[in-house]
Structure formats: structure tokens, C-alpha cells
Design a protein around this ligand. Sequence first.
Ligand SMILES: *Cc1c(COP(=O)(O)O)cnc(C)c1O
Length: 223
Amino acid sequence: MSIKERTEALLREIPEGVIVEAAAKTRTADEILQVIDAGITVIGQNYIKDLRAVYDKIGKKAKWHFIGSVKNQKNELFRTKYLKIINMIETIDSFEDAERLSKKCEAISKVMPILIEINSAEEPQKSGVMPDDAINLIKHISLLKNIRVEGLMTMGKATEEPEDARIYFKLTKQIFDEVKRLGIDNVEMKYLSMGMTDTYKIAIQEGANIVRIGTAIFGPRKA
Ligand SMILES: *Cc1c(COP(=O)(O)O)cnc(C)c1O
């Protein structure tokens, strides 16, 4: 099966209202164009160098989400050139980064949609805000003028058994519902981004409306 056929087959399985985001790290522009051809509208990139490598050939044919580590990439990510291109940053997890991002966006008169990344498995070495700190962080970030919280994102723990990821998705959905209930000004709980190739079905059952899929559409990544 070609990339296009694999993507079309996968999209047929996805319930209405759920966005399939193609996680495109290491993929070429031609590979990405095939998934766009099949109906994908959102491309997720972890690294600015990957975005740079493909953007000229794809441009506005898709929306671009940043799904990598803000800590590692911010010197590049927060450059005007990329902030103008990127439609959403899914991985904000600190006030410090949010504040700097808001300032940079103010300079280009843009309000950047963001998701807050939740470290739902509470792994100290991983990115994302700890579940217990999420609500305070969101309240604090909501005061920044040039970014807008539109939901949550989580990775969960990489487990051998996909079913083991369910508890992390459930926890993230609970936080999502709680933030929604609080009705914080300048916060709109619209998107819940969770689930990858092995876990997207479980994530959708637990309320995800963005799933980030790489391997199942592009095939295995080269080492
Ligand atoms: C690579 C990646 C994915 C997709 O992983 P697959 O298992 O290939 O589907 C999803 N989210 C993030 C943040 C990623 O880095």
C-alpha cells in the first residue's frame, strides 16, 4: 500500500469530529504531500529543521502544529519567521515560555493558539506540566494577551500494551473537563490532543479530538 492509500484507509476509520494530525518528523515533502492528498489537513512537526526542510514545497496546503519540545527548540521556534507560519503550538508547559512566546507574538500582532502539555504519567524527565499544577498554570497563562489556550495535549507513558495508556488519557480528559467547568476568561477548551499509532483508538474512546499519527500512515521511521 502507498502512503496515500494507508492514510485514506485510516481516515475512513476515524469518527467525525476527530482531527488526524500527521506526525511528520523525518518525512520528506513528497511523503507529506501524499498524506495531504489523502485528506490530512494538519501536519505536526517536532523540530524546526524538519519544518524548514519541507515548508517551501507545502506552504499553506496544510496547517502546521508544533508538537516537539519547546525547551529544546525555542530559540528557533520563537523566531518571527516560524511564528508566522505555525498555526498552533501544542506543547507549552511553563509560564516562562508562554510569556516569552506571547511577547514575540505581540511583535507580529498575532494571537497564537496553544495547547498545554500535561505530563500525565508524571515522569520527572519528561516534558509537560504535572497534573496537579496544570490549572494554576492555565490561569496564569490566560492573562497573556498574545497567546490563547485552546486545549490540552499529552503523550502518556510509552507502554508495551496500548491499553495501559488509557489511564493517562483519562486523567488528561479529567483536567480538560475541570478547566472547561471553571470557564476561565481567554481560555477555550476546544482541543484534546492525545494518542499515536498504537494508542489512537483508546485515546478517541477517552475523548481525544486530535490524534497525532506517524507510523500508521508513513510507515516505520528510518533509524
Ligand atoms: C512521533 C510522534 C507522534 C507519532 O508517533 P507514531 O507512533 O509514529 O504514530 C505523535 N506525537 C508526537 C509528539 C511525536 O513526536
